[in-house]
Design a protein around this ligand. Structure first.
Ligand code: RFL
Ligand code: PHB
Length: 397
């Protein structure tokens, strides 16, 4: 098989790239190691920045999101017994976020690709990337146990943080910059109407907690837990007790409980590889960078990367000019590092770390207090939270 762009991974990055390339008349094949059912069911991100929403709308895949997505104009910070609203729209000239599950974005993109005649090869196993430093890179993989080969002009590594793409780059080429945090998140999805209409980030002596949602009938909640915590140790009762303790306040506001239909624990990590490219392999999304979820940036970065990559590939296929491809990594990394900083900052401000002393806790409280009392400080949070402008990564300014 031959195509112009071989894409590894059918997550938001790989699917959106394939969709954008198709709109520019460029052929691609997406290879995904899991089944369609699996990728459409995986519960992950929920917050879409305005730029992500705009791109989905502009490229014809926003119809269901416009109907079912929940537009939010503010978020809440809860600490010291009080709750404080950060008015995202007022602070950013009318921008906001949309709450719409990542797996819904994935479903919409898969449908759009298949309806347009695109090829997504699910259950494509044991992918191996070859000849990346030549003009004819190849991908070998197994499908139903049979060996297959895809020859391409370019390979896009959109296979997440545990994928094969990054590992296919020879040792010594990439710099890997990372940080791990001494805690994890336990996330649940509950069949319960959200008890509040906006997200609540809670700083609490028992640890961080987050109130979010997926629909008028589904509440999404997170708890800070130990990094090596096993989900078996968390009965539904224990989860609800802890959520009530960390999220509820004296003013009588109460969480709605309901059957827990999904639960899991995720480690917290920051990681960036530089550059996001080797030969004819371009890394995009989680395969190139990981942020802790506190800033809600991961999926948005993945979408921002492939927007840049699709434009650069289109310029190349149209004129043979490689300038935009050469700028791909520095262009993306400017946005990536801003998101890394913001996510690290939100994480450090809102979580309790094992060795934290009273001094550290006072610093966190002072930072939270500053955000809710100073328009400059809350504007900075809001500007980062709703997402930076599309031209943020331009390298010529
Ligand atoms: P994905 O989604 O991991 O997709 C990669 C795909 O590649 C496949 N794959 C392979 N396919 C073929 N061959 C191989 N060798 C392969 N190896 C892997 C995988 O099966 C998969 O289908 O990466 P992508 O597209 O870069 O997207 C990144 C996002 O998924 C991620 O950044 C977000 O989920 C992060 N995130 C959040 N991001 C936000 O923007 N807003 C949020 O509110 C938000 N909340 C979250 C999050 C992530 C979380 N977890 C579980 C890590 C909340 C949580 C709890
Ligand atoms: C979510 O709804 O899953 C969510 C919301 C905000 C975050 C992270 C995850 O910061």
């Amino acid at each position: 098989m031959r195509t112009q762009v071989g894409i590894i991974g059918a997550g938001p990055a790989g699917l959106m790239l394939s969709h954008l390339l198709h709109r520019q008349g460029i052929e691609s094949v997406v290879l995904e190691k899991h089944t369609r059912e699996y990728v459409e069911r995986r519960v992950r991100a929920g917050v879409l920045e305005q730029g992500t929403v705009d791109l989905l709308n502009e490229t014809g895949v926003g119809e269901r999101m416009r109907r079912e997505g929940m537009v939010h104009h503010g978020i809440h910070l809860r600490f010291g017994g009080g709750t404080h609203r950060v008015a995202l729209d007022e602070l950013t000239g009318g921008r906001g976020i949309t709450v719409y599950g990542q797996q819904e974005v994935v479903k919409d993109l898969i449908r759009a690709r298949l309806e347009a005649g695109g090829t997504i090869q699910f259950s494509a196993e044991q992918a191996r990337l070859l000849d990346l430093d030549t003009e004819r890179p190849r991908i070998q993989y197994l499908h139903d146990g049979a060996p297959c080969e895809l020859e391409c002009d370019f390979v896009a590594g959109c296979d997440g943080s545990h994928g094969v793409s990054r590992r296919s780059i020879p040792d010594g080429v990439l710099a890997v910059l990372e940080r791990t945090y001494p805690y994890a998140w336990l996330g649940i999805l509950a069949q319960a109407p959200p008890a509040h209409d906006e997200l609540i980030y809670a700083y609490h002596e028992r640890g961080f907690a987050l109130f979010s949602m997926r629909s008028p009938k589904l509440t999404r909640l997170y708890l800070q837990v130990e990094p090596d915590e096993q989900i078996e140790g968390w009965s539904d009762d224990r989860i609800w007790r802890e959520l009530h303790a960390r999220l509820e306040t004296d003013d009588g506001w109460r969480l709605n409980e309901g059957p827990i239909i999904e639960k899991g624990i995720t480690g917290m990590r920051s990681c960036v590889v530089e550059p996001m490219q080797y030969g004819r392999l371009y890394l995009a999304g989680d395969s190139a960078h990981i942020v802790p979820p506190t800033g809600a940036k991961g999926m948005n970065l993945a979408i921002a990367d492939v927007r840049v990559l699709a434009q650069a590939l289109a310029a190349y296929f149209e004129t043979g000019d490689t300038t935009a491809l050469e700028r791909y990594s520095p262009t993306c990394l400017r946005r990536v590092w801003r998101a890394e900083h913001f996510s690290w900052w939100m994480t450090s401000m809102l979580h309790r770390s094992p060795g934290d002393d009273a001094f550290q806790q006072r610093l966190q409280r002072s930072q939270l207090d500053y955000i809710v009392r100073s328009r400059a400080a809350s504007t900075s949070l809001a500007e980062n939270y709703v997402g930076l402008p599309l031209d943020w990564g331009r390298t010529d300014v």
